[in-house]
Design a protein around this ligand. Structure first.
Ligand SMILES: *Cc1c(COP(=O)(O)O)cnc(C)c1O
Length: 384
C-alpha cells in the first residue's frame, strides 16, 4: 500500500505525459517555453484568478508574494506554528518576523479570534494580551499568511475582514489546497495573493519542484513577473529591483498539463475516499476524523486524524505495513530554528495538543475500498 500512489495516476496518463514531454524536447524551450503560458492560463481559469505566475516551488511562491509586498526587517507577518516550515521560513528569510497565531482544534487552521488578539497585542505592545515574539516593541504589523492545512481552506470570511480592518495584506498558503473550495470559490482565489506548490505529493504535483502565485491585482502581478526573473525591467538585462531565479521548468509545466486533465476527477475521487474513511472510522472512540466546515470542499492533501493512543495505533499500522506520517510532530515555535523568537511551548496550546495526537493515513484518488477497510480493522483492533 502507498501513502500517496503516484504510480496509479501515472499509468492513467502515461501516453499524454510522454507526448507532452516529447513536445518540449522537440521545441527545446526549456525555460519559460509555451507550456508555461498554457499552464498559467489553464490554472488561472480554473481558480478564477486573473494572474497566475508559475515559479520554482511553493516556497518561492510565498517568498515572491512577500517580496512583491516589499516585506523586510521590522515587519511582522502573522501565521500559524502548525504548518510546514516553509510558511514561516520565507518571512524570516526577508528579515521580517513571524508572529504566531494558534489554530482551531478541529480544522487545524488559523483561529481568527487568536489573530485578532495577536494583532491587538502587537499594536498595543502588550504581550499580556497575546504571546508575542522577542523584539515586538519595534515591529509593525504588515500581513497575514493563513494556511489551508491538509487541503481545507482557512476561514477567509473572518480573516480577510480582520486583516482589512487593520490594513494588512493576506497571502493564502494554498500549497496543500489546490482544488479545494470555500463558499463556492476555489482555493488560490481567497485572498489578495495565493501561493501553491506542485511538489509531487501535493494534490496537483509535478515530477520535481514547482509552484504558482495567484492574484487579481494587476500591479502585484507585474512585480511578481519581474521578481521571478531577477527583478527584470523591460528585459532581463534591465534590473529594476532585487529578485530571484524563481522560474518553473517548461518540462514540469508539460507534466502538470497532462496531470491537470484528470485533476477535477481526482478531486471527486478524493471526496469518495474521505467519505469511506469517515464511515469506517467515525465510530471508533478516541479517534477523531477530520472536520470539514460547511461550505468547504477539501482537496484532501492529507487525511489527518486525532488519536488519544497514537503510539499504539501507529505501531499496529506499521506492523500491518500500512504507511502513515505525522504532520506535524513539532510546531514551529518549539523548533530550534525559531528559538530566537523566544516563545514558550505553552504559548500555543492547541498547536501543541494537536501535534501530540495527530497522524495521517494513506490518502490519494486511487485508494481502494478494501485497503481502507483493512486500515480501519487494524486501528479498531489496536484499541482493544
Ligand atoms: C509544501 C508546502 C510548502 C512549500 O512548498 P514547496 O513546493 O515544497 O516549496 C509551503 N507551505 C505548506 C503549507 C506546504 O505544505
Amino acid at each position: 500500500m502507498q501513502f500517496i500512489d503516484l504510480k496509479a495516476q501515472q499509468k492513467r496518463i502515461h501516453a499524454r505525459l510522454m507526448e507532452n514531454i516529447s513536445t518540449v524536447l522537440t521545441h527545446g524551450q526549456y525555460i519559460l517555453g509555451p507550456e508555461i503560458k498554457e499552464l498559467e492560463k489553464r490554472l488561472g481559469d480554473y481558480t478564477g484568478v486573473r494572474h497566475a505566475v508559475s515559479c520554482a516551488s511553493g516556497t518561492d511562491a510565498l517568498l515572491m508574494a512577500l517580496m512583491a509586498y516589499g516585506v523586510g526587517p521590522g515587519d511582522a507577518v502573522f501565521t500559524t506554528p502548525f504548518t510546514f516550515v516553509a510558511t514561516a521560513e520565507v518571512i524570516s528569510l526577508l528579515g521580517a518576523t513571524p508572529v504566531f497565531v494558534d489554530i482551531e482544534s478541529d480544522t487545524f487552521n488559523m483561529d481568527p479570534g487568536c489573530l485578532e488578539q495577536a494583532i491587538t497585542a502587537l499594536k498595543e505592545s502588550d504581550p499580556e494580551l497575546y504571546p508575542l515574539p522577542g523584539g515586538y516593541m519595534t515591529l509593525t504589523a504588515k500581513g497575514v499568511i493563513p494556511v489551508d492545512l491538509f487541503g481545507q481552506c482557512a476561514d477567509y470570511g473572518r480573516i480577510n475582514t480582520i486583516a482589512k480592518e487593520h490594513g494588512l495584506f493576506v497571502i493564502e498558503d494554498a500549497a496543500q489546497s489546490f482544488g479545494a473550495e470555500y463558499d463556492g470559490a476555489k482555493a488560490c482565489s481567497l485572498a489578495h495573493v495565493a501561493a501553491t506548490s506542485f511538489f509531487p505529493a501535493k494534490p496537483l504535483g509535478c515530477y520535481g519542484d514547482g509552484g504558482m502565485v495567484f492574484t487579481d491585482d494587476d500591479e502585484l502581478a507585474v512585480r511578481l513577473d519581474s521578481i521571478r526573473v531577477h527583478g527584470k525591467g523591460s528585459d532581463k538585462y534591465d534590473n529594476i529591483r532585487i529578485g530571484i531565479n524563481g522560474r518553473c521548468d517548461t518540462l514540469q509545466a508539460a507534466v502538470l498539463l497532462a496531470k491537470f486533465e484528470i485533476f477535477p476527477e481526482e478531486i471527486s475521487l478524493r471526496q469518495e475516499a474521505a467519505l469511506r474513511y469517515e464511515t469506517l472510522l467515525g465510530s471508533i472512540g478516541g479517534l477523531a476524523c477530520p472536520v470539514v466546515r460547511p461550505g468547504n470542499l477539501s482537496a484532501w492533501a492529507q487525511y489527518s486524524v486525532l488519536c488519544t493512543k497514537r503510539d499504539l495505533v501507529l505501531d499496529a499500522l506499521k506492523e500491518a505495513k500500512i504507511p502513515t506520517a505525522v504532520y506535524y510532530p513539532k510546531p514551529l515555535h518549539v523548533q530550534g530554528a525559531y528559538a530566537y523568537l523566544g516563545y514558550a511551548a505553552d504559548d500555543f496550546p492547541v498547536s501543541m495538543q494537536s501535534a501530540s495526537e495527530i497522524f495521517s493515513l494513506p490518502m490519494h484518488p486511487y485508494l481502494a475500498e478494501q485497503d481502507q477497510a483493512m486500515i480501519a480493522d487494524v486501528i479498531r483492533k489496536a484499541y482493544k
